[in-house]
Design a protein around this ligand. Structure first.
Ligand code: PLP
Length: 400
């Protein structure tokens, strides 16, 4: 082992041995706490990525850490071949918070999406009466639902799917937020419409007001399932516990992940009412780690923290405040500032990376998405003073 490794040593090791599927910023984090990240050179950064919104509760939340350590000392992995004391309580609490009757736990977001697709297809053949293997699911351009072979099959991003074929059939892509396009795309073979309420990786794309409600109505009229991927928009990020609550929408299938475990452990879940979820029978779906007691204990606490600390409310308050201030920034290259809660994007008419690099020098970590969009999504525990610190630095970098 190398002693006293410096940044360059870590970078060299990682890049020489690891598959190059990311292009990370070149700083080596060794500690994280709340909204802050600390690198090995003693620098401190405000984290505006929240690890893709998987630590809405803040890094290493002390309450979560306590539960994690306690549970790890009692039992960690009990497969679904047996029962455990954590799983039923997790089920009770996640159905209470989402308002759905039933839940199916998984680990990663992409697995949750895969699960929802299987559920929609089974519903298509056994309930709606669509001819075997003809079911279609409508999705949106610029979607992001994960990286498995089926999920990339309906991505509109070439880099995600080029050379990874043959791709899974059965998907139709429409422009995001275009209700007419959705109406035209529905056929008797359509079993589901799958969308993010606000597209995350697509660059914090907010659909026209009313789109989700209109989509829900169209789905109901045509006997089509509305499946919402709230893996990134859920758990308070947009200023409500779930983004669909802004339009009083009731999805048939809800997919959650990321901050469901506050960054301690991968936990995702698919939620639906009994009439849909009960279509799954023993032996038809599963995962070795899904529903394990360590994940369940952490997820239970993660949901409790969101509620007890009113993090959705804080996201709304601080997000509105930051958005108002951002709109005063004077820079001809800013095309739009948009978002909801603490899910904010600054879209530029030029590359965003140089701005991110300058922000990094000031101790603020923002990572560009879609080349020209800066996403601002700090942990939801951020205070007014910390938002002021963040804004001052953004202003310094953007003001001309
Ligand atoms: C991150 C994300 C996923 C995939 O989750 P993983 O845990 O990375 O598999 C799916 N959908 C949305 C909207 C996401 O943001």
């Amino acid at each position: 082992m190398l002693k006293n490794m410096c940044s360059e040593d870590y970078i060299k090791l990682e890049d020489e041995i690891g598959a190059q599927t990311y292009s990370p910023l070149n700083l080596i984090i060794e500690r994280a706490e709340g909204i802050w990240l600390y690198d090995i050179n003693g620098n401190k950064y405000l984290d505006c990525t929240s690890a893709f919104s998987s630590v809405n509760q803040g890094h290493c939340h002390p309450g979560l850490l306590e539960v994690f350590i306690k549970q790890a000392g009692e039992m960690t992995q009990i497969s679904r071949a047996l029962r455990n004391t954590q799983l039923p309580l997790f089920f009770k609490e996640i159905t209470a918070i989402t308002g759905k009757e039933k839940v199916l736990p998984m680990n990663t977001g992409a697995e949750g999406v895969e699960t929802a697709i299987k559920l929609a297809r089974k519903w298509a053949y056994t309930v709606k009466g669509i001819e075997k293997d003809k079911a279609e699911i409508i999705v949106c351009e610029r979607n992001f639902h994960g990286r498995t072979t089926t999920v990339i099959s309906f991505s509109s991003n070439e880099a995600y799917k080029d050379n990874f074929g043959p791709l899974t059939p059965g998907f139709k892509i429409i422009p995001f937020g275009d209700i007419k396009a959705l109406e035209n795309a529905i056929t008797p073979n359509t079993c589901a419409f799958l969308t993010e309420p606000i597209q995350g990786e697509g660059g914090v794309q907010v659909p026209p007001e009313g789109f989700l409600k209109q989509a829900e109505n169209l789905c109901r009229e045509n006997n089509v399932l509305l499946m919402l991927d709230e893996i990134q928009t859920g758990w308070g990020r947009t200023g409500k516990m779930f983004a669909h609550q802004y339009e009083n929408v009731d999805p048939d299938v809800l997919i959650v992940g990321k901050s469901l475990s506050g960054g301690f452990y991968p936990v995702s879940a698919v939620l639906a009412d009994s009439k849909i979820m009960d279509l799954f029978k023993p032996g038809e779906h599963g995962s070795t780690f899904a529903g394990n007691p360590l994940g369940c204990a952490v997820a239970r606490k993660a949901m409790e923290v969101l509620q007890e600390e009113n993090l959705a409310e804080n996201a709304a308050t601080q997000g509105d405040y930051l958005m108002e201030k951002l709109k005063t920034v004077n820079n001809p290259h800013i095309k739009e500032v948009r978002g909801k809660g603490l899910f904010i994007a600054i879209e530029l008419d030029e590359p965003a990376r140089p701005y991110c690099d300058k922000l990094l020098e000031k101790g603020v970590i923002c990572k560009e998405t879609q080349k020209n969009i800066i996403r601002i999504a700090p942990p939801l525990i951020i205070t007014r003073e910390q938002v002021d610190f963040l804004f001052t630095n953004l202003q310094d970098v953007f003001n001309r």
